[in-house]
Design a protein around this ligand. Structure first.
Ligand SMILES: Nc1ncnc2c1ncn2[C@@H]1O[C@H](COP(=O)(O)OP(=O)(O)OP(=O)(O)O)[C@@H](O)[C@H]1O
Ligand SMILES: [Mg+2]
Length: 383
């Protein structure tokens, strides 16, 4: 027999005491029984601190009928989740349909068989327990995720300035001591510089993920030229294109100025360009197109690289998603870039799409709405 304090609570609602008695007798060993003989009384018990885990509800009651009771319970957040099984002499199909329509989980017609009532009650109590467990786990996971983001944010933030110093001073030493260092020492210093640069980029990405996931991505939207921004980013990447002997070209329609966050969109372009370079072989081509299509702006970054296998494509926008797509020049990769890109684009009410064929190349397309978001040239902060 189940211990009294571990028993689930069953509320039986019927205006005929002998009906309550029959059901209570049958259920007593397995459930804690409470009962009500009117609709209002049932609602009051359901709203009490220790609310029932399931309600067996008659339809014909002296005050409000069972449908109305069920309706009220389902419209109240405190009682919404309590499963209601109608148990009634009303046997028409329309009555039964109405019972389900107002939120009942089951419908038992009198005269009933005790073993069947028991089985149905048990099924719905088990289901409710599982639902409660899932809900508690979701709340807990949400809390843990927030804690993780906070921790990530603090750790990344505190690592940023010492890493910046290491990067800056190692660069200074490389520049000022060139010629005075042995080849070995030069190589060591170069490793310190490159590693600190990579770690700083990673820390910045982690900080972005923490900010984005906590829903605090502020955009400073200002009317600006997207074409100018893209040209600028391409210019900044020129040495990387040269290093790999990649030919870069930009084709642009006449594009009106639109409202966007220049820093964040530059970050988007940097990731798309660095991916295109990273995953392309030397001596290949990268084309950037800026198109005005049906009043929307489309930015395509097209490469002739390794491509992304079809099975990986749905996952590339997730965090830490990098695949065994070996970079052609041993470049660094953490798998955070595209998840940040997607969130920035979505915050601009746009979307990002990938088209890729293994071995042939990849096209990443950004689609941005041309909204007159910035009428008076004042920055608009979008949260
Ligand atoms: N142009 C591309 N060609 C081939 N594969 C790509 C391309 N762009 C993205 N990918 C694949 O998608 C993965 C995720 O890209 P993402 O930009 O998020 O991460 P990453 O470039 O590996 O690292 P990070 O940008 O954080 O430094 C990459 O690791 C790669 O496998
Ligand atoms: Mg990337």
């Amino acid at each position: 027999m189940v211990q009294e304090d571990q028993k689930s609570k069953l509320l039986i609602v019927d205006d005929i005491p002998s009906n309550i008695q029959i059901l209570a007798e049958a259920m007593r060993n397995d459930y804690q029984i409470v009962f009500a003989t009117t609709g209002q009384e049932a609602i009051k018990i359901a709203n009490a601190d220790q609310s029932p885990d399931l309600i067996l509800l008659d339809i014909m009651l002296p005050d409000i009928d069972g449908y109305a009771v069920c309706h009220q319970l389902k419209n109240n957040h405190r009682t919404r989740e309590i499963p209601v099984i109608f148990i009634t002499a009303k046997s028409d199909e329309t009555d039964e349909t109405k019972g389900f329509a107002c939120g009942g989980v089951d419908y038992i017609i009198k005269p009933f068989s005790i073993p069947i009532v028991k089985a149905r009650v048990q099924t719905h109590i088990e289901l409710k327990k599982k639902r409660d467990m899932l809900e508690n786990m979701t709340v807990r996971l949400e809390q843990l995720n927030q804690m993780k983001n906070k921790f990530l944010g603090i750790a990344a933030h505190d690592l940023r300035s010492p890493l910046g110093s290491i990067r800056g001073f190692s660069r200074l030493l490389i520049d000022e001591l060139s010629g005075k260092l042995s080849e070995d020492h030069k190589e060591f210093l170069d490793i310190v510089y490159k590693q600190s640069k990579h770690m700083l980029a990673l820390v910045n990405d982690l900080l972005d993920v923490a900010v984005i996931e906590s829903g605090k991505l502020d955009l400073r939207i200002q009317k600006d030229s997207l074409v100018d921004m893209v040209q600028n980013r391409i210019r900044l990447f020129q040495h990387k294109f040269n290093e790999k002997q990649i030919h870069i070209s930009l084709h642009s329609d006449t594009i009106p100025e639109i409202g966007f966050d220049r820093t964040r969109m530059a970050q988007v372009m940097d990731n798309l360009l660095s991916n295109a370079i990273k995953f392309s072989p030397p001596n290949s081509k990268i084309i950037v197109k800026i198109l005005d299509i049906d009043g929307k702006i489309q930015v395509d970054v097209i490469d002739q690289g390794h491509g992304i296998p079809i099975e990986h494509q749905p996952h590339i926008f997730g965090t830490f998603q990098k695949f065994r797509n070996k970079q052609s020049d041993g470049e660094k990769s953490t798998g955070l870039g595209l998840s940040i890109v997607k969130r920035i684009i979505e915050a601009h009410k746009g979307s990002i799409h990938v088209m890729s064929e293994k071995g042939k190349g990849t096209t990443m397309s950004l689609i941005l709405p041309v909204e007159k978001v910035c009428i008076e040239d004042q920055p608009i902060i979008v949260q």
